[in-house]
Ligand binder design. Structure first.
Ligand SMILES: Nc1ncnc2c1ncn2[C@@H]1O[C@H](COP(=O)(O)OP(=O)(O)OP(=O)(O)O)[C@@H](O)[C@H]1O
Length: 429
């Protein structure tokens, strides 16, 4: 394989023996040399693709299309029937629950054991243990046997270990959906950070939105074969389109083309990315709280669709601070940046604060996002004065400063991510 290819699948297939009757299995054992009592079922057939270092691939497809099989073969937990796989680098796989941890051991024992299996030295394990435990946030359960864990606690710890082993390739499947909303948001942010540092990602999901958010390329599996490999936005749009068409949710016949092109979610938001935070300035500004208020100005963790709300941020200045901008981004549970606002963006200028002042910023709007899902608020503080943001300095970034739910309104279901009010005219002549 060429030097920049890190994962190579060459004509990989996996078959299982399917017996029509239970005792055919026994017959096969006894008289199999004379007659075949099973049929081959191909879970995946002739799968070939190459992934280059640093690429992010999503695997998408219906139930039973072969996603888990492909992933397990990639992770080395399943051997293919035919074909060849080549992998360069260290893999960390977060696959289905139940794999990896010994249920009788405590969380701590499992962390130490797993980290050693992942190839970390004793010193590295000692250095990272606290970080892993802090990321997992399972409290005193770390000293309890893993068999006493809820599935959410289990996946928290498994994810924390996997991402702290510094893999070259990270394989993640839907196991993450077991975690609660707060943890999912945290995981998505962590995965994005790893990807930005050059980790190769292989991500499986039923959700095209999640794939689009995390991956640049995608493989669409259908009945065990590759239907197409392309840009993640294209594939997820085609896939979504097909599902919508099947579910008869698209009314207009002229929308029934096989592909409807969409534009990639913007990766450059008005609040520039936060690669370099200025640590010293973070001491000056103390973010005291971020709260979500409902239409009655009460604190809340859930909003109704179409409900007026306020995001209230309080910051204390320990010293004079010039040219401040406070911004927030709303992300969905897959990490897609949906919308946002900043004081600099709104007023086209920053503001300065005096020592010992308490700054309260309120972002007020109406909740137009789809119910039944959770969202997170990413809070960012910047120091900036020039209109073109050329002197912009990032001083604070909390990826998941607040997580909240929007309650679905069954009387007013939404097919789309957010509701836009349209004036509609009908003219019949
Ligand atoms: N151990 C097995 N024995 C027999 N058939 C299997 C086995 N494992 C998987 N299969 C079959 O192989 C096909 C592909 O399964 P796979 O789990 O890879 O699909 P998937 O795309 O991950 O599905 P899902 O989205 O439901 O998780 C399915 O038809 C499944 O029934």
């Amino acid at each position: 394989m060429s030097s920049d290819v890190i994962i190579s699948f060459q004509n990989v297939s996996k078959s299982y023996r399917m017996y029509k009757k239970p005792n055919d299995r026994l017959k096969q054992m006894l008289w199999g040399s004379r007659k075949q009592y099973y049929e081959d079922f191909w879970a995946i057939k002739d799968i070939s693709f190459d992934v280059k270092k640093g690429e992010t691939y999503g695997l998408i497809g219906r139930n039973g299309s072969g996603k888990s099989t492909t992933l397990q073969i990639l992770a080395g937990t399943l051997t293919p029937t035919t074909g060849k796989i080549e992998i360069k680098g260290k893999i960390a796989a977060l696959l289905e629950l139940g794999s990896g941890f010994n249920p009788e051991f405590t969380g701590k024992e499992n962390v130490l054991l797993n980290a050693a299996i992942w190839g970390l030295s004793k010193k590295e394990i000692e250095e990272r243990y606290e970080e892993i435990v802090a990321f997992a946030e399972i409290g005193d359960f770390i000293d309890q046997p893993v068999k006493t864990y809820s599935s959410g606690m289990y996946v928290r710890l498994a994810f924390a270990v996997a991402v702290h082993t510094e893999p070259d390739i990270l394989i993640v499947d839907e196991a993450l959906s077991v975690g609660d909303a707060m943890f999912q948001h945290k995981c998505m942010a962590k995965i994005k950070k790893m990807v930005s540092k050059g980790v190769t990602l292989f991500f499986v999901s039923h959700s095209p939105e999640a794939v689009r958010s995390l991956c640049t390329k995608a493989i669409w599996l259908e009945n065990g074969s590759i239907r197409s490999v392309d840009d993640a936005v294209k594939i997820s749009n085609s896939y979504l389109n097909e599902i919508y068409l099947e579910n008869n949710r698209i009314v207009s016949s002229d929308q029934q083309s096989n592909e409807f092109e969409g534009s990639a979610p913007s990766t450059t938001s008005f609040i520039e990315n936060t690669s370099a935070l200025d640590i010293d300035k973070m001491d000056v500004l103390d973010v005291r709280s971020i709260q979500l208020l409902n239409q009655y100005e009460q604190f809340t963790e859930s909003l109704e669709q179409n409900e007026p709300f306020t995001i209230k941020v309080q910051i204390y200045a320990n010293a004079d601070f010039p040219n401040l901008s406070v911004g927030m981004l709303l992300r969905d549970q897959y990490g897609i940046e949906l919308t946002g606002e900043s004081t600099f963006n709104k007023f086209q200028r920053s503001f300065s604060v005096k020592k010992n002042s308490l700054i309260t910023i309120s972002f007020k709007s109406i909740m137009l996002l789809r119910g039944g899902e959770s969202y997170s608020i990413n809070l960012r503080l910047n120091q900036v004065s020039k209109w073109d943001r050329s002197d912009n300095i990032h001083i604070y970034n909390d990826e998941t400063a607040y997580v909240f739910k929007v309650i679905a309104n069954l009387k007013d279901p939404m097919w789309f991510k957010f509701k836009q009010d349209f004036e509609v005219d009908i003219d019949v002549r």
